[in-house]
Design a protein around this ligand. Sequence first.
Ligand code: ATP
Ligand code: ZN
Length: 303
Amino acid sequence: MCVKCETFLDGLFEHGLLIDTGVDGLYGRGGTFERVITGLENLISRYGDEDKAEVVRFPPGMNRALFEKSGYLKSFPQLAGTVHSFDGYERAHNALLAKLEGGEDWTADQRVTDIVLAPAACYPLYPAVAKRGPLPKPGLLFDLQSYCFRREPSKDPARMQMFRMREYVRIGTPEQVTAFRAVWLERGRDFVHQLAIPFEVDVANDPFFGRAGHIMASSQRDQGLKFELLVPIESVEKPTACLSFNYHQDHFGLTWGIGTQSGGVAHTACVGFGLERLTLALFKHHGFNVASWPSSVRDALWG
Ligand code: ATP
Ligand code: ZN
């Protein structure tokens, strides 16, 4: 790390890898940072392509009515972000401008729109799949990528409010879905091994809200429904989840009414790659100068 930079985040700014916007967790990305993201995406595809996943890309906003139905607000109200917009005539506009001028709160006239920010790449997928009717016998497999929003401002550069998640999502019978997750647990290890960064895989839980959330979190752990591949980035004692392997059981199948051929409820699982977190891990462990990274890592990303 350079002498001038007090923290890893300072170093990222100093080297033009991230660009400060004045809001914690909201950054611009420099060209070199993006080149690493592209390399990671290509490497992920080299692992995933053999399964012939259907590629789908949603924008970072999703249908609010579908979001409401998804149950996200029950579990993670603290993380959700909604889109509001001005919805008035001349008089309201003048009032807005006057408040703005006077340094007052001008947002009271903003109305919620029919769009919310996607909290994970897979949220808009399930209702779209449900519309197709019962699953084909082999089930379905998707390749997704999206910017996601989570209201978790932090000085830790690895905890952003807007970041990209690449995901493979499997929808099918419990056997199909658990087999998928087992394969990706192995592939995930192999993938990170190629990046030559330290890691460990551990059981994990989502940050469910409130007192009932504690019970949901321990039940998720006890059943081994979520694993994370963790890499030390901001702290060695508390390494950061760079990949997540989630088994949702029939949660989304029931919520959206996705059925299997034999009349059962579809199970789902996903593997999520945090593209910014992986990029940050590479800069943390191999330095700010990409030209001096190990050649095996450079080959894996851009070879
Ligand atoms: P954490 O436990 O660190 O909050 P998470 O359990 O919320 O992570 P998931 O919900 O499984 O993570 O999201 C999938 C992937 O998206 C994670 O493995 C991680 O790499 C990435 N991710 C999650 N939250 C953030 C964030 N705030 N900033 C950057 N990447 C993130
Ligand atoms: Zn999180």
